[in-house]
Design a protein around this ligand. Sequence first.
Ligand code: BDR
Ligand code: CA
Length: 312
Amino acid sequence: VKHILLDVDTGVDDALAIIYAVKSSKLHIEGITTVFGNVGVKQATDNTLRVLELAQPGYEIPVAMGADAPLFRPRRENVTAIHGANGLAGYELPASGRLPVDERASDFIVRKVREQAHDITLVCTGRLTNLAVALAKDPSIAQKAKLVLMGGAIKVPGNVTPVSEANIHGDPEAAHRVFESGIPITMVGLNVTEKAKFSEAHYHTLMNGFSDQQAALKSFMHHIFTFSFEASERLNEGKYRLMHDPLALAVVEDPSLVEMEDYYVYIETKGQLSSGATLVDFRRPQSRTNASVCMHVREEAFLQHYIRRVLS
Ligand code: BDR
Ligand code: CA
């Protein structure tokens, strides 16, 4: 069992990732921290609590609220076209009846990493702001934890600018600090997550697999996949949902789903057009590296694995 701390900006695919993590018997969630991104941090926190209650009613995981803006920049608008006005494709999940813990996300991360008797993996599927603040409070946590992050674009276009992916572009200074901190990084970027297309065929397999006891989860997933299919068709893409954040979780559970190569990844913070770019030093030989970069994914194996976990 791998012990993880999740940092999310819930968000449709973050919700899909949380459901996966809760259902996986190979992952133990020590806590969840929230950050602005797809929506504001209050909404992300409320969404996270609701999704947890849906995934496994009564499941007790501490949720700590974090940053509502980048370290040094103003926050950009919510990503409503892809995530809906409330971040959950407009679906109204019942309120969880629970509150976030009375501790800032960055303090929570520092404490959990310090206290942890096991190896701990931080899994960040949003902006890296909370982790950057945690590292500023205690740089030694970089030696006590690993990081798997969804973010960056390598050898493929960005999804916010021609070269930048949303999670890095949304707080480049935070990403820069994290990449220079010495924490061992596994980078799950757009070059692999954009291959993970959950299609209509996958949707039908999933829907047909739910039991009667899973009606609430089925209804939620039906809604967010049909919303996502419409959104991607509107953007003139195919009819699918990109499984960015769930892939990061699956890589934690089963690294054999991807092929990785070690590189030094620089985060561009100053470029006029390239702010938030992940610049990989592909020159050989590599004298030093800071990240294991996912280069290839067995996407169909991942998608089938995802479906099995959710139905378990
Ligand atoms: C990332 O941006 C967010 O919109 C998604 O949740 C994902 O984490 C993809 O670029
Ligand atoms: Ca996300």
